[in-house]
Design a binder for this molecule. Sequence first.
Ligand SMILES: [Zn+2]
Length: 347
Amino acid sequence: MGLVERLKDGEDVLIAEGYLWECERRGYITLGANIPEVVIENPGLLKGLHEEFVHAGTDVVEAFNYYAHRSKLRMIGREDDLERLNRMALKMAREVADASGKLMAGGLCGTLEYKADDPKSIEWVRSMFKARNSGHLHELIEWVVEEKADFIIAETFYTFGEAMLALETIKEFGHGLPAVITLAPHASNETFDKVPLVEACVKLEQAGAAVVGLNCGRGPTTMLPLIKEIRAACKGPIAALPVCYRTNEDSKSFQSLRDPMTGELLKYIDLACVHCSRTDIRKFGEAAKAIGVNYVGLCCGNAANYFRELAESYGRKPEACKYSPNLTGSTVFSEGADADWYRYFVG
Ligand SMILES: [Zn+2]
């Protein structure tokens, strides 16, 4: 069954994301430009990560073609690798999805190049999604279709106009594939072009997106209130994919988090000190399910142990549950732990 049928049947769809940060953490992507060179340079590592997320309970294998668009590759002098990288990413995801009976999705992502008052910038972004009058005969959406994705994810949009452009382009060139469109919420409850996020989701749904919602930008605590509003305003399936960082009222986005020890603003390289706990992720899953989020996942900071936690909170039992924590085997934290040892370790 495809994405739309599953959601219509009342099934939840779980999706593991966060490939970029996880590959960077493992030493296979340069933090900064964040370009998925790992697809070409270390395909085995990436394939293993897809399989790891399947093991941990994802229903969707998302091709890692995030940021693999013309502008980004030009930035590092690899524009010639554009098609090869995209097709490799898509084929790999298809292969893992077929081997495990999962859905496969290809993606488009938000750029920082779309400017609402600059028609040239709009035409450029459009040409990167799918060529028109740009001299590029093929581009992202066409490759996603040719490599047999089950649906298209257009995600991490900061600007409503760009999200709508992505949806329109998918409708035009996507051969009827369903589109999941998600916006990235940051410090404000509005998009960069000043559309309230909730209203933006309603408009995207009305314009034909199969699923609308939020990904990236905010952690569970600061994303959930918006998700509640989106649930109340939208009629169809909604998506929530927070980053796995402890955002809060003072620091709503992960870019605004501070070091708990020094109070200094954290750069990306130091975010490990504000990572969510597994319990945070479980609580997020329980809350999202209660709200009625039927397309749920985790974005930047995700790892297989977090994803298993999310899957369990949605009532799933993926293979990785065979090794879910069982603290009865722990010297310190089991119920009947020896009191002397407990004092020694805990104080
Ligand atoms: Zn993210």
